[in-house]
Design a protein around this ligand. Sequence first.
Ligand code: 3HC
Length: 332
Amino acid sequence: MYAQLVETGATRLRAMEEMDPQERAFQSRVDDGIKIEAKDWMPEAYRKTLVRQISQHAHSEIVGQLPEGNWVTRAPTLERKAVLLAKIQDEAGHGLYLYSAAETLGVSRDQMLGDLHSGKAKYSSIFNYPTLSWADIGMIGWLVDGSAIINQVPLCRCSYGPYARAMVRVCKEESFHQRQGYDILLKLCNGTPEQKQMAQDALNRWWWPALMMFGPSDGDSPNSAQSMQWRIKLFSNDELRQKMVDQTVPQAEYLGLTIPDPKLKWNEERGHYDFGEIDWSEFYNVIQGNGPCNRDRLRTRVKAWDDGAWFRNALVAHADKQADKQAQQAAA
Ligand code: 3HC
């Protein structure tokens, strides 16, 4: 669908001959797989797209800690608690890594966080759903981090150097996140009937929102065509979504869980699973701020920011004092 959009010109991309020499040289570098670095010339629209995507990616990592944090004190064993804490700490690190990558494009941390707190910037829709049982923590690892890996591995090869390099470490840690989630579900599915039912209930609630993580269908994606010409996006939303379905269905079968989609069926001819229609009204409702937990997530992030003001101010005061001291020593 995406490819047709570009062919029919429904998504207007400028051909090389329409570009000025500087932009043509830029596009040739991108086409040749040469990384664009922070100091290189880039079209302002390329920079803006990267700031939008990388900052929202970072917001997703930071907000993504909240649904999981809900279960740290309720983890069933000390070991599960330790593993969950390690995962949540990783996500914080991913967020900071990505904010740093975005800062190489000239945007400040305060600006990005201000956009998040004001509701102007997005973060992944998936984190606006509640975690109602311990099985949800398994689902987040297996489905959400599993989807994140599918979406993030190509980003390791994207055209912008700082983003691509940040993704390498993030993806390695995501593999641990997905494994620990699947391990939680293996335990539940091999446990009592009640535990298995808990896992099935969680799958029923998380399956479709996990498919929505990959974004609108290609025909409705305003950014994909340009992001693919700039090799920020190497695969379309629907291609990655299909990859997630194909990869996950056998794993669900191994767990003995039923995916809540009566239209899910292997299509030998396509070599993929056919699956039902996503409820796009739910997706757009959630990304417009009306999901089950949007307000709670934002309120929590704003409170954390406000509560940390004293610490930020103390750091700045200390840095200023150090700078004054060094200036006096230099003048002496
Ligand atoms: N949640 C919220 N907003 C979404 C979304 C989602 N799942 N999918 C798409 N959108 C938004 C886009 O941001 C865009 O809005 P904007 O122009 O105001 O930013 C609009 O919907 C149209 O979507 P497009 O597909 O045209 O936009 P993109 O080309 O930016 O593609 C994307 C969307 C696939 C999410 C892309 O931005 C991307 O790959 N981002 C990097 C990866 C990322 O952010 N993943 C989120 C999960 S991170 C995570 O899960 C952490 C893990 O450790 C748990």
